[in-house]
Design a protein around this ligand. Sequence first.
Ligand SMILES: Nc1ccc([C@@H]2N[C@H](CO)[C@@H](O)[C@H]2O)cc1
Ligand SMILES: [Ca+2]
Length: 310
Amino acid sequence: KKKIIIDCDPGYDDAVALLLAAGNPNVEVLGITTIAGNQTLEKVTRNALRIAKLAHLDHVSVAAGSARPLLRDQVVVAANIHGESGLDGCTLPEADYTVDQRNAAQFIIDTVMREPPQTVTLVPIGPLTNIALAVRMEPRIVERVKEVVLMGGGCHIGNIKPMAEFNIENDPEAAHIVFEEKWPIVMIGLDLTYQALATAEVKNEIAAIDTDAARFLTQVLARFSETYKRSKGFDEPPVHDPCAVAYVIDPTMMQVRKAPVHVEYRGLYTNGMTVVDLRKPAPEDCHTSVALKLDHKRFWDMIIAAVKNL
Ligand SMILES: Nc1ccc([C@@H]2N[C@H](CO)[C@@H](O)[C@H]2O)cc1
Ligand SMILES: [Ca+2]
């Protein structure tokens, strides 16, 4: 089994990532850590606990992380997409357990240093503040972590800004720290996740599944579709975050290419941009890769199988 720690800001698509991780038999979730992003830390943490309960992950620790970016003094949330609660319009059980007493960075360090080397994959699907804090507190996790597979960035493509993706732009200094460490990073950016569209066919297949998880997923996709249509004019929403979990489960589902990536954190128009160098073959020692092509059918079949399982 692939052992992962998911760092998230639930959020509709974060919820789908958690359902996939919970329902797929080849993944063991060692922990869920939360970060302010789509909504405030308090709201995303409450959502994470409730999703864990629904997904039968309530044996897994949830550790809350940073309430703000490293340097910026205000949290920019995405209420236009995820609503005031971060999961507007979705029915979830109340969680009957509370957060781990450690903060996310400490939880990540303890877990990575406890498990055998090269066995834990970090799966950040929100702003990278907790990951940056963890690596500054305990630099040894860099050579101990198997891989960092993150949803964020893009190749000269943006959403929250013309050239910047939300997770990176939310805390560019943290992202810079994470990308400059020499651990293997697979960047699942917008180039890839814009292919992960929740089509009507996919929604119909999910609507026919008689599990609580599937019913929750139907609500999530309905609301995500509505807000993406209203605020971005998309007919079908790109379900970003489960793409990172799907890669961990089955890397052959995507075409990935080694390429240098550096984060702009002093840009005027490009702050938070992941500057990906695709001009020539990457140097041998390049530690970063970017995902470019998704097998759409295999992706959604994997998610559908997962919610059938729950
Ligand atoms: N408009 C919008 C803003 C933020 C996100 C969140 N940030 C990432 C996509 O930019 C995902 O992790 C998702 O949870 C999605 C849509
Ligand atoms: Ca997210």
